[in-house]
Write a protein that binds this ligand. Structure first.
Ligand SMILES: [Zn+2]
Length: 320
């Protein structure tokens, strides 16, 4: 078990049955179903992502998993990620890995003889699932994590940074830096904003943009790819690898999720595309098949398009 610190006063916590207690400021952090809570229930994130995981006997869920495994491995990202991840391996001891905003946990980060994996999230119901995969999980804020300085060899996040408000990004990155060891690696899959045609068009209707692009999934902090890179570099990280994804072709269902609503009335082409994408995504079989068929197009087109047009960014940095 990792040593924990008090998010309130930063001194060491002692673990007791049913939670953890701070000897200095007197804060008590209670357990809920075996998970120590450092924050109250979050209205937005509780149960939103990763809570429904684990019904592997469900055929649809299995199809979805196969689809995402194909999508990720074809993209070459999993290979890239695993290569860097494996570089961390040490013969002497386990590598400590932290997954911030872990949701229901990720199979690509599975603990093993080499990796000791810790998850952190705001949603307890998601953490119940992550707990089945990871070594330890905590319900805590990413801005004040209950871990000491230089604890982890690797800190990662998947689809988290777009959910962090602009004014808190620096705080998040400095917190990542604090818990990461010197020369430790940090990986992030980050949803980014881009000057793509339909993005710029969507922004012409601010209230619709707010409702269907920002509020829908909590994307309150989308930034252009270059701004994201600069933030890490400003905070003393060395760039090891970056890759822009989803530049031209979006995964099935993504377009209709944003445009199959009031936006349809504004433009006939948007309406046609939103209806078509909605139809494809409404059936798991067509969704999976079309996703596989579209993949070669994005593999061929993405390298020809500037990273500025990415919808998702993969970055790997080293703490200097
Ligand atoms: Zn304290």
């Amino acid at each position: 078990m990792l040593d924990l610190i008090c998010p309130n006063c930063k001194s060491g916590l002692s673990r007791e049955s049913g939670g953890a207690v701070c000897g200095r400021c007197g804060s008590i952090y209670e357990e809920s179903n075996g998970i120590i809570r450092f924050v109250k229930a979050d209205n937005f994130y509780e149960g939103r992502f990763g809570a429904g995981r684990g019904n592997t006997n469900n055929v649809l869920e299995l199809a979805r998993k196969i689809y995402s495994a194909i999508a990720v491995s074809v993209e070459g990202l999993r290979v890239e990620h695993e290569r860097l991840y494996k570089k961390l391996k040490s013969n002497k001891r386990k590598i400590n890995v932290l997954d911030i905003g872990c949701g229901g946990g990720k199979t690509s980060l599975k603990p093993s003889v080499n990796y000791y994996v810790v998850g952190l999230d705001l949603s307890l119901s998601s953490l119940f699932n992550a707990k089945k995969i990871y070594d330890e999980v905590y319900c805590a804020s990413a801005f004040s994590m209950p871990f000491g300085d230089n604890t982890f060899d690797c800190v990662c996040s998947f689809d988290l940074m777009g959910h962090i408000p602009l004014e808190k990004k620096e705080l998040f990155i400095s917190e990542v830096r604090r818990v990461l060891k010197l020369a430790g690696l940090t990986f992030h899959y980050i949803e980014v904003d881009s000057p793509k045609g339909y993005n710029n068009w969507a922004k012409k209707y601010p209230s619709l943009y707010q409702r269907h692009f920002v509020d829908l999934e909590g994307h309150i902090g989308l930034e252009y790819y270059k701004n994201v890179m600069q933030r890490f570099e400003r905070n003393g990280f060395e760039l090891l690898r970056h890759k822009g994804i989803a530049k031209f072709v979006l995964p099935p269902g993504e377009f209709s999720k944003r445009f199959n609503n009031e936006y349809k009335k504004k433009n006939a082409l948007i309406k046609a595309l939103a209806l078509l994408d909605g139809l494809i995504a409404s059936n798991t079989m067509t969704k999976v098949l079309s996703g596989i068929m579209l993949k070669p197009f994005s593999l061929f087109l993405d390298p020809l398009i500037s990273d500025d047009y990415s919808g998702l960014l993969y970055v790997a940095f080293k703490k200097e």
